[in-house]
Design a protein around this ligand. Structure first.
Ligand SMILES: [Zn+2]
Length: 290
C-alpha cells in the first residue's frame, strides 16, 4: 500500500512538472501579429523571450493600399494575439473579420484623442497616432495590458520590459522637444498627412499635403495649391516618404525651387526600432527646418 502511494505521488509530481514545462513552452511560443513595424517593435520589446512577432503589412508597403494575401491570412489565423493600431488603419480587417472571430485583438490607439482627417481611407480620423511619442507610450501600455491578459504568468516580466521601453520613449520625446525648439522653420509640406500628431506635440504645422487621397495622383489644381503653400511658408524642403512614389514630390520641388527630403513614418521590419525611426525622421527634418 505504502509503495503504491509512493508511486502515485511520484506520478503526480512528474505530471505537475510536465504541466509546468508545457505551459512554459506555450508562453515561449506566443505568436503575436502586429499590423505595422512600430507596433511589432513595441510587442517584441514588451514580450521579449516569451513571444514571436511578425508584421502584417510588409516593409516598404503603403498600409493604406495594402491587400491581405491568403498566405498572410493563414498566418494570422495561427496568432495568439493581434496587435492593431485601429482608427481605420487596418481597413482590410472588414474582409477577414469572420476568420478572426474569437481571437484576442488589441487596438493600441483606442481611447486616444483622434485628429480629423478628410481622406477617403481615413474615414475614422487620422490614424498616424504613433508618431507622437506620448501616444506611443499610451500604446505600449495597452499592448502590455493585452500581453498580461493572454499570458498572466509572465506579468512581472512584461511589466519590467514595458517600463524600460516607456523610459526610453520619454527620453526620445525630450530630445525631440529640444531639437524642434532650435528650428527656425515651424511649418512644412509633406507627402501625406502622417505628421499631424507629431506636429501637434512639438508646436509645428503641417501646412500642406501632396497626396490627399491614398494611391491617387494629385490633380493639377492640387499641385498648384501645394506650390503656392510651399512659397507662402518659405519652405526650403518638401518631405517625401519611403512608402510612396517620389516623382510627384520631385516635380513640385523643382517647380517651387526646393529640395525633397525623405521621411519614414513606418520603418522596415527588423531594420529600425521605433526610437531609431523617430530619431532618423527628426534628423531628416532638421535638414530643412533648422
Ligand atoms: Zn498614412
Amino acid at each position: 500500500m505504502r509503495v503504491r502511494f509512493f508511486t502515485l505521488f511520484i506520478l503526480l509530481y512528474a505530471a505537475s512538472l510536465f504541466q509546468c514545462s508545457t505551459s512554459e513552452q506555450q508562453s515561449k511560443n506566443l505568436l503575436v501579429a502586429a499590423s505595422i513595424p512600430p507596433l511589432a517593435d513595441f510587442a517584441e520589446k514588451i514580450g521579449g523571450s516569451y513571444v514571436r512577432v511578425f508584421t502584417i503589412v510588409p516593409p516598404g508597403t503603403n498600409p493604406h493600399t495594402f491587400e491581405l494575401t491568403p498566405g498572410l491570412m493563414k498566418k494570422l489565423s495561427r496568432a495568439d494575439l493581434l496587435v492593431f493600431n485601429g482608427v481605420g488603419l487596418e481597413f482590410w480587417l472588414d474582409k477577414v473579420e469572420d476568420n478572426l472571430a474569437g481571437k484576442k485583438i488589441v487596438y493600441a490607439a483606442k481611447g486616444l484623442q483622434i485628429l480629423a482627417d478628410d481622406l477617403e481611407r481615413h474615414a475614422q480620423g487620422n490614424p498616424h497616432v504613433w508618431l507622437d511619442p506620448q501616444n506611443a507610450i499610451y500604446m505600449v501600455k495597452r499592448i502590455y495590458g493585452a500581453f498580461v491578459d493572454v499570458d498572466p504568468a509572465h506579468k512581472a516580466y512584461y511589466e519590467h520590459n514595458a517600463a524600460v521601453l516607456i523610459k526610453e520613449i520619454e527620453v526620445l520625446d525630450q530630445d525631440i522637444m529640444a531639437t524642434v525648439d532650435s528650428w527656425s522653420h515651424k511649418k512644412f509640406v509633406c507627402f501625406h498627412p502622417a505628421w499631424a500628431y507629431f506636429a501637434r506635440r512639438y508646436g509645428l504645422e503641417q501646412a500642406g499635403v501632396i497626396e490627399k487621397r491614398p494611391g491617387m495622383q494629385p490633380s493639377p489644381g492640387d499641385i498648384a495649391d501645394i506650390i503656392k503653400t510651399v512659397k507662402n511658408i518659405g519652405a526650403r524642403v518638401i518631405f517625401a516618404e519611403a512608402q510612396f512614389p517620389s516623382q510627384m514630390a520631385e516635380v513640385i520641388a523643382k517647380d517651387s525651387g526646393v529640395k525633397v527630403i525623405p521621411l519614414d513614418p513606418l520603418g522596415s521590419q527588423g531594420q529600425k526600432s521605433y526610437i531609431e525611426l523617430m530619431r532618423y525622421n527628426v534628423a531628416q527634418m532638421s535638414k530643412g527646418m533648422k
